[in-house]
Design a protein around this ligand. Sequence first.
Ligand code: ADP
Ligand code: MG
Ligand code: ZN
Length: 486
Amino acid sequence: MRSGYEAVIGLEVHVQLRTRSKMFCACRNLSGAPPNSLTCPVCLGLPGALPTLNEEAVRMALGLGLALEATLRPRSTFYRKQYFYPDLPKGYQITQGPVAIVEEGHLDVPGDPRVRGAEGPVRIRIERAHLEEDSGKSLHDLDAHHSHVDLNRAGVPLVEIVGAPDLRSAQEASDYLKALHRLVVGLGICDGNMEDGSFRCDANVSLRRAGDTAFGTRVEVKNLNSFRFVRQALDHEIERQAALLEAGETVLMETRGWDAAAGETRGQRSKEAAMDYRYFPEPDLPLLVIEPEEIAAVRAALPELPDQRIRRWREAHGLGLDEAQTLAQSPAFAAYFETLAQLSGSGRGAAAWMLGEVSRVLNERGIGIEAFPVSPETLAGLVRLVEARTLGFGTAKEQVFPVLLAGEGSAEAIVAQKGLAQISDRGPIEALVAQVLAANPGPVAQIKGGKESLKGFLVGQVLKAGQGRLDAKLVNEILAEALAKS
Ligand code: ADP
Ligand code: MG
Ligand code: ZN
């Protein structure tokens, strides 16, 4: 970032709720069904059809509000936001009016030390999270001459989370978005699929002179459907605005789209020309009234939140922040880790396998942990053997893990059958160390002359002589003793 300027960023995030039915009708809320098969007079906007509010969506919004330590409004309102677009059959979107169900929450994220001047978390305020309905989908590239409309998504419940302009760099914005993503996935209210648009983000960004309190003119960047795009688009947009300001020009208040292929933002429409949505209260829906008992019930059913879990794991297992965050990526991944840590008796060992070999296989096969063929019980057997130093890590990875992956037997059985158990008796290791020292008088003399780095070479020779089955830590110890004595 160019010196002398400060970036100010606020994100608007749309979260598709995983309810069984749509927001105002009984149609199923599913993706992947044949086009226009999940529709009814209500979500098609046929005259006379009346909306009925989905209580499950309300409970999900309340759960989110509790997790964000927000104010839950006992009375909130619905409004009509009017605009014309082919995928909006009613001609208006029902969204929450001046009072939203969730207001004034916050989320703590790691601050960006490069712009904050210090390490440590920062608190990002959340202005509101309101309920609304999604539009259908316009499909422009099915054929060359026509656009198509699929209304299966019309009326799917959304929560829009409006963050305060409290973020100060692209990195912070992406960290905030990741924390929100973890949260809604962890709460089980969203599937988190950014490519399919179940979790979408618009970013508002402006620049001001360092030290100024007033905000500069903001630009809204749309089409940010991955964390990487958020970082890239904001970094690019910050540079673009800085260049304009340095050249003495002004930033135009407008909406820009991120063009991932070109690596730049492009102007779409100016905000001055923004349309008037002619908001007015939705006459077909009553005031949304929340009783304290409903909040209590939602609170009682709340799972452990991802950030609480991350904190607990870091304390219990001594994990790094990145490691713990990756393990908490989804409830299923977290649950697998939790079971593996418990059954193997080693949080560190379990984490190393989950972040290493297990993730590698999931990525290679393009599957989630739900489809991982090895159960935590079976993998725990392997982790235990490595932690007990009965089995070397390399041997475990190369010779035992693939067999488990193929679904054959337990780690204990494979190790016994193939004779892979690690040698951790002193006797045989001492014998091999003596052999290697005798065969390498040159290096031994150099080590004695101060060339400590050659020790690694000798350790390698001993391990090789032991065909990868020796306990490396013990080899190091015994070699050091032998050198001291010789
Ligand atoms: P709109 O209705 O045009 O989307 P809002 O007032 O709801 O406007 O604000 C939308 C988002 O813009 C919020 O996330 C807020 O944090 C952000 N925002 C507002 N002002 C600025 C600014 N000057 N710079 C960056 N972001 C801003
Ligand atoms: Mg906006
Ligand atoms: Zn419907």
